[in-house]
Design a protein. Structure first.
Length: 269
């Protein structure tokens, strides 16, 4: 039986510190192992040779490990693995996969972008676009430690990745009080097909008490804001009614944090 593993991308900034209690909370929700992955910078003076570069990189890795070990004191008696790499971290974790694990990749969403900060729109977007991981986006400005609800945004016009959805629901259902599958529809949608889709989706989890809901609106983002909270894990699937595109365009601004769209989980298509 495959185990769950939380692979969290972390950096050395002060903004990242609130992320650690959230990481620990999610690992407990899915009963998963924790791996912290950090990418060190690869900027060297132009005059250094290859041997000097290797020595500088080794020193930088050691320094990063020391700082990360200090940050991770926030973990309370929770074992974790620490991976520090000079490679592009997205490529690194893509090769880190194992047939023994279902990997959940966690990234932090900061209140602003900076070239000195690791979590940029590019990194998050690359993970969404180029990997098949289950992605969890957490805010760096507050701790998420009391998730009790799941809300999955779905639509009949887009096929559901049932394997990944089942991995998520089965892992979380033991610790979650309320699960809702919902669809945002407009005048062009077929309500019969909407209902059939929600009921068919619900039938995949016969042992769980799952609610379904139809929301009538032409403004998906506005309605999404109304169903989320720090206690609610919003789940969307890449490609579903273009919700990922709508949300991802806002990753570089404060609007995602202010609109309480995090914590956010994105299933691969």
């Amino acid at each position: 039986m495959r185990k769950n593993r939380l692979v969290a991308l972390v950096d050395l900034s002060e903004e990242t510190k609130p992320l650690y209690p959230s990481i620990q909370h999610f690992s407990s929700l899915i009963d998963g192992d924790i791996v912290l992955a950090h990418e060190v910078t690869r900027v060297f003076p132009a005059f250094v040779d290859s041997d000097q570069k290797r020595a500088l990189m080794s020193d930088e890795k050691k320094e990063a490990i020391k700082k990360l070990e200090l940050q991770t004191k926030a973990f309370e008696n929770k074992a974790f693995d620490l991976m520090v790499t000079e490679r592009n971290v997205v490529e690194f974790i893509s090769e880190y996969t194992s047939i023994d694990y279902d990997d959940w990749v966690v990234t932090g969403l900061k209140t602003h972008d900076s070239i000195m900060h690791y979590f940029t729109k590019g990194t998050i977007q690359k993970i969404i676009d180029e990997t098949d991981f289950i992605k969890v986006i957490l805010p760096c400005d507050k701790e998420i430690t009391s998730v009790t609800k799941i809300k999955f945004a779905t639509h009949y016009k887009f096929p559901v990745n049932y394997r990944k959805l089942e991995t998520v629901i089965n892992a979380l259902s033991k610790k979650i009080d309320h699960i809702t599958f919902f669809t945002i529809v407009n005048d062009s949608d077929d309500e019969t097909k909407v209902n059939q889709h929600l009921e068919e989706l619900k039938s995949h989890f016969p042992n769980l008490d799952i609610k379904t809901k139809i929301i009538y609106s032409n403004n998906s983002f506005s309605e999404i804001e109304h169903v989320t909270s720090p206690e609610t894990l919003l789940i969307i699937q890449k490609g579903t009614r273009n919700l990922v595109d709508v949300i991802s365009r806002k990753f570089t601004t404060n609007s995602v944090l202010k609109s309480k769209l995090t914590p956010l989980l994105i299933l691969p298509s």
